[in-house]
Design a protein around this ligand. Structure first.
Ligand code: NI
Ligand code: MN
Length: 229
């Protein structure tokens, strides 16, 4: 069993008997976040791309927990240079870690660390398939709708898909419903919306459409709430 806690925006905490993992820990500066980086206790930090609203507090959390950062090669190198233990992977690659199995999936987006006028290229963005305690969870990262999602539905039985619905930077609700049709997860939870006005969306409307057009169950998590997979 995996306890999935939504920490706001793209940030999700996965807690299983096998270990604890946080994905895209953007807490400092996240207007929705109720959790402080110092409260996060994990074995690993998974990061989909270098944008500030995903890389977030990765370095602080990794150092405080002596946690492994798993990210695409260029991004792993970037955080590794900041003194954390980082494991590089890339799209299509999978690996068994003590805390679970991880595979990097394609995402159609950008990836650079942009701060104070300085831009550091951090490789291709990704999504993650994570298997813990026998449950398969897909975190799409920031992505538009891509036909590659059809492969995920064909090759895997995904228990839970975490999909962005905010639009503007990622899929909007209509495209995310199409993604659900391809991925065919048992459960979908919308993420990456309502953090700012620019990505304001109605998750109820999204879930109604998922219910009407797909077999998946759609769950809306308030920030801080959990769902057991
Ligand atoms: Ni992004
Ligand atoms: Mn984002």
């Amino acid at each position: 069993m995996v306890k999935v806690t939504f920490l706001g925006h793209g940030c999700v905490l996965l807690e299983a008997s096998q270990g604890k993992v946080v994905i895209d820990p953007f807490l400092t500066g996240n207007p929705l976040a109720k959790t402080k980086p110092g409260e996060i206790q994990v074995d690993a930090v998974l990061v989909t791309h270098g944008h500030g609203d995903h890389l977030g507090d990765t370095v602080e959390i990794a150092k405080a927990n002596n946690a492994l950062v798993v990210a695409p090669f260029e991004l792993a190198t970037f955080v590794g240079n900041q003194g954390v233990n980082a494991h590089p992977m890339h799209i299509g690659g999978a690996r068994e870690f003590p805390f679970g199995w991880v595979k990097l999936t394609p995402a159609a987006h950008g990836s650079a660390y942009v701060d104070d006028g300085q831009t550091v290229y951090t490789g291709n963005p990704c999504g993650f398939l994570v298997k813990m305690d026998g449950k398969l969870i897909y975190h799409a990262g920031d992505t538009g709708l891509i036909a590659d999602m059809d492969l995920l539905g064909k090759l895997y039985e995904i228990d839970l898909a975490l999909l962005p619905i905010g639009d503007n930077f990622t899929m909007g609700p209509a495209d995310a419903v199409e993604a659900v049709k391809m991925i065919k997860p048992k459960v979908v939870i919308p993420i990456h919306y309502n953090t700012w006005d620019l990505i304001a969306q109605d998750p109820q409307a999204f879930c109604s459409k998922v219910k009407a057009e797909t077999q998946a169950q759609c769950i809306i998590l308030d920030v801080g709430d959990s769902y057991q997979v």
